[in-house]
Every structure is written in structure tokens, then in C-alpha cells.
Design a protein around this ligand. Sequence first.
Ligand code: PEP
Ligand code: MG
Length: 314
Amino acid sequence: RQRDAYAARFEEGRTQDGHRIEVAANLGNTAHGADAVEHGAEGVGLLRTEFVFMAHADVPDLETQIGEYRQAIDALDGRPLVARTLDVGGDKPLPYWPLPQEDNPFLGLRGIRLALTRPEILETQLRALLTAAGDKPLRIMFPMVKDIAEFRAARLIFERVQEQIRAPDVQLGVMIEVPSCALLAPSLAEEVDFFSIGTNDLTQYTLAIDRGHSELSAQSDGLHPAVLRLIQMTVDAAHARGKWVGVCGELGSDPLAVPVLVGLGVDELSVSVRQVPMVKARLRELTLAEARRHAELALSQATSDAVREALEAL
Ligand code: PEP
Ligand code: MG
């Protein structure tokens, strides 16, 4: 089966009955674009740009960043790339960006909150991304946003840069990783171009379980019905306003979760490079009506164990 999936990896992501789901790759290294294409990725749904920053002894300058982003964009040969702006703090420290000692770094200065304390760094990054893309399809999203005020603050910086360098329009989105954002998705959907659901952090913050906790990891399950409801709210709010929704957390490549996410209406799945052929194969086995039944069944359960048992019994 794995060999068949690999052989068919360049087919578009579609369900058996033709419903289109874009299958993209998550990249943690700008040198891996060609590998993603070779595995059938239809684009990059999450470029984790913090790795560009971690690879240097200081904030990489504009030229260095342009070179890095261009490498990934060029390798995609016209396929879209979604770049996430710098997402550090919490579990991802940067040695040259000392942070205050915090009792709860996961609830502290991280993601967009941290980036907004040093707008000049965000500005340079946005300038580098826009310059590297030229007129190739680039999309930009902000991590760990909690409400529309943070999105607007980041967008203001983006608009300033865009005006200065007269860059073409790009889609701007937010990651849905904090439950507040899923709950407030209707208001955000008025102003963003897309959502990308980061199920790793969304699960962590919904269930109050540290995503890296060694003893609790079995309970930290994105198929928890509470997480699924937040995904449902996000998708419904986005679609009501004509916006698209991706999933870029690990849930997107869980074989039991793929039908559920499709049934909830997700438009794009962005998964690790090696999972792309398998996810496409899973989609081909499935009709949209079946996927909706999986989603309904999952949503009607009370715990993640019950969700998994019910889905496995189908
Ligand atoms: C997520 O939180 O699901 C996500 C995709 O971002 P990261 O894993 O890089 O925090
Ligand atoms: Mg995250």
C-alpha cells in the first residue's frame, strides 16, 4: 500500500468523489523545498521560519533572510508557500534574544506577542519574505494570535513594508492555536484571508496539557471532541465569509483524523514531507459523505478515547 501511495504521489489531493483537498508540506528548513515537491507536496502549508533564526548567532540580516526564503520559494516552482513569521519563546528559545524569567513560558511572551515587542525584527522578516517572493505565490501567517487586535498590529507592520517596497498583494492569515481565536473566528474571518489550524498548540491550550509532557502525552490528543468543536467553529466561520482553512498540526497526518478533518470542511492539509503520499492515498479512499459521517460521529463523543474507538469501529 505504501508503495502504491508513493507511486501516485503526484496526483492532486482529492477524495474518491473528486472533492479537492490541497495536500501541502510542513518545512522546518528552507533547503527542503525540492524534497517536498519530490514527495508530491502541492505547496508548503507551513514554513517554520524560526529555524532560519536558530541557525545564526544573531538575528539574520535582510540579505541572509532573502537568500533563505528564496531557496524554498524557488524550489516550489510556482506552488504556493505559506510562511509563518518568527515563532519563538515558550518551547523555542533564541540564544541571542534573552527573555525575562517567566514562571510559565508557554503562557508568556511567545509567538506574535513576542514579535510585536521587537517590530523591527518582524519588519525585516516581512521585507525579506516579500522581496524573496517577487510575484510568486506567497502567503504569510502569524503564530499564537489570541485575538483580532494582535492580527491588526501585525498587519499594520506588514502594510508599511508592503507600501515601502511596492510588493504585490499576498494573502495574510492567522494560525488558530489559542482557543480564544477559534471562539472568535467569526470576527477574525472578516479581516483575514485564511486560517491555518495549529493543532499541536490548540490541543495543548484547550486541554491544558503541555504538548511535550512525557507522562501526559497519551492524553494530549487532537481528536478530543473539544478540539474538534473548535476546529468546526473555525471552519464554519471562515467558510461563511469565503475564506479557506488549513490544518498544519500533526493531527493532519493522523490516518484516523484525516476523514474527520475533511468532514469538518478543512480545505488544506499540511503535513510532514514524508506523510504527503499517505495523506493523498487516504483521501482517495474516502467520499465526502463518508468523511462527514466520520466528523459527526467524532463530534458526538465525550472523550478522545471514545472518538478513537468509534472511528476505529467504522
Ligand atoms: C502547531 O502548533 O500545531 C504548529 C503547527 O506549530 P508548531 O508545532 O511549530 O508550534
Ligand atoms: Mg504552534
